[in-house]
Design a binder for this molecule. Structure first.
Ligand SMILES: Nc1nc2c(ncn2[C@@H]2O[C@H](COP(=O)(O)OP(=O)(O)O)[C@@H](O)[C@H]2O)c(=O)[nH]1
Ligand SMILES: [Mg+2]
Ligand SMILES: [Zn+2]
Length: 358
């Protein structure tokens, strides 16, 4: 139902209106409109459910019927609607995705039109360079800016050492240490989630994502002291959603993402490991595996100590994973296509037998 002119937020039961600009609309989307779209309303997806989308418009919150499979939509997407259906999905500015979880083959969209991906980890045992690089590759591949948010700074003797370790990973990384339990301190994240800016939070369970969300969005959802794996039924965080922040921007929390496998992330990996990619481009053979080939610039850098071996091994591992998953997806698509062809041919033959024209 369309609440004209006014938007009733369930959260604090106050009436709020948003302009398209408040919602994050920009020229990038306006340019995609054609004359045929004149009667349609732009709407930003705030929740994706199997058979229903929740979307925010200038005129209020809408429940929309998806025109494509629900998996085609991500929280943060812009769509054009007649008020009932999500008729057209607009090309996003940034697109955060991973390999689909479990045994399914495919890429899964996590969030769209995110300006900054907040990679949340804490200044303790959760801090893991290899995992951070995996998240960074995802963030960079999405086209969004990565921000490493190091929580539990109040429980750590030397939070700056974590900040330095994170920022050493790439010149593209900014890191900030924070006490997520102190709302004043959390305000230091406002530059990334004010004035229609969208910040998405990614990170393992227990690092403080819900605590940050409560502070940034003024919510009071229970945090989890228990591991998510043990928390079945007691789960407090239910689904991904686009929520307004107190600072005038948007926050996307991504609860319960245990498996973050790369797929279609090669551009992100190239950016993150720019130095190694540059070396690899100098190898004598363009398909150099950096093992036993002569004229290998990567091996030379490893030998001289210019390139850290652990970092090189992480680069290789992430690239293999991304290639494997991307190929699996491509192979599955090709299989589906050729299966479709076989079915079509069989149907055409049977029609032919029955005397139909094709
Ligand atoms: N001292 C301190 N505790 C924190 C901080 N961030 C989170 N916590 C605590 O860590 C636990 C897990 O936080 P939660 O927000 O539920 O993590 P999530 O699983 O990422 O959503 C809770 O007990 C929080 O109170 C922090 O910066 N400092
Ligand atoms: Mg949580
Ligand atoms: Zn080489």
């Amino acid at each position: 139902m369309l609440h004209r002119g006014r938007f009733l937020s369930d959260r604090n039961k106050t009436l709020t209106t948003y302009t398209l600009a408040d919602l994050g609309w920009s020229d990038h989307f306006a340019r995609q409109l054609t004359e045929d779209d004149a009667d349609l309303i732009p709407a930003r997806i705030s929740e994706v459910h199997r058979s229903q989308l929740v979307a925010l418009t200038e005129a209020g919150e809408l429940r929309l019927t998806p025109a494509e499979a629900a998996g085609a939509y991500a929280v943060g997407d812009w769509v054009l609607t007649d008020g009932a259906s999500a008729l057209r999905r607009l090309d996003p500015v940034t697109d955060l995705h991973r390999r689909a979880a479990g045994h399914a083959v495919g890429s899964q969209r996590i969030a769209a039109n995110v300006d900054t991906v907040g990679l949340v980890t804490s200044c303790n045992a959760d801090f893991n360079v290899a995992r951070l690089e995996r998240y960074l590759a995802l963030a960079l591949a999405s086209n969004a800016l990565p921000l490493v948010i190091l929580t539990k700074a109040d429980l750590c003797d030397d939070p700056d050492s974590f900040k330095r370790q994170a920022e050493r990973l790439s010149p593209l990384v900014t890191a900030i240490t924070i006490n997520a339990k102190d709302p004043e301190d959390v305000k230091r994240l406002n530059p990334w989630c004010s004035k229609a800016q969208t910040l998405a939070l990614l990170g393992s369970s227990g690092v403080g994502k819900t605590t940050l969300r409560n502070a940034l969005a003024g919510e009071t959802e229970a945090t989890q002291d228990i591991r998510e794996d043990d928390a079945r039924g007691r789960h407090t965080t239910t689904h991904r959603a686009l929520r307004p922040t107190l600072a005038g921007g948007w926050l996307i929390d991504t609860p319960g993402m245990r498996e973050l496998q790369l797929s279609g992330t090669s551009e992100g990996l190239e950016e993150l490991f720019d130095d190694i990619e540059t070396l690899a481009a100098q190898c004598k053979f363009s398909d150099c595996a950096h093992e036993s080939e002569p004229g290998c610039a990567v091996k030379a850098a490893l030998a001289s100590g210019a390139l850290d071996r652990a970092r090189f091994l992480r680069w290789q591992k992430l690239n293999r994973e991304d290639q494997y998953n991307s190929e699996t997806i491509a192979a599955a698509r090709a299989r589906q296509k050729s299966f479709g062809r076989v079915v079509k041919e069989a149907m055409a033959k049977s029609r032919h037998k029955r005397g139909y024209e094709d």
